[in-house]
Design a protein around this ligand. Structure first.
Ligand SMILES: [Zn+2]
Length: 130
């Protein structure tokens, strides 16, 4: 399956989850998001994924993503990219193995997609191009 198709499929499932589809950005998240911009969000998302999710056995797995404090954290819960358990359950990414670059890119892409849809700001076309 193409990555775009996979994202579309999972996106659809996420929107049917009451728990996942209930996440929203708070005012302070929106202010931060608009101040920093999507490129910064992408780079923060990359750092969080690389540090908190990419190891085969991440520290405090299942609890490594705070519920608030950064727009990316909120997006991670909303997109089920918050821990290795959710990644396995929702995205079919097996636990116990380090995430490769393609998997990390995929996760960053889905987080950015959510931020764009919930950020309330017009998005540059091409922002999501590889
Ligand atoms: Zn999780």
């Amino acid at each position: 399956m193409q990555q775009d198709q996979k994202i579309a499929l999972i996106w659809n499932r996420l929107q049917h989850s009451t728990f996942r589809s209930n996440f929203q950005l708070k005012d302070q998240d929106l202010i931060y998001l608009h101040k920093k911009g999507m490129d910064t969000m992408r780079s923060h998302a990359r750092d969080f994924i690389a540090g908190r999710l990419a190891p085969a056995f991440p520290a405090k797995d299942g609890k490594q993503t705070p519920w608030r404090g950064h727009p990316v954290f909120v997006a991670q819960h909303a997109t089920a990219t918050c821990c290795r358990g959710c990644l396995e359950k929702w995205h079919g990414i097996a636990k116990g193995q380090p995430l490769d670059d393609a998997q990390q890119d995929y996760i960053v892409q889905i987080i950015l997609l959510w931020l764009k849809q919930h950020g309330g700001e017009s998005v540059n076309p091409g922002d999501n191009q590889q």
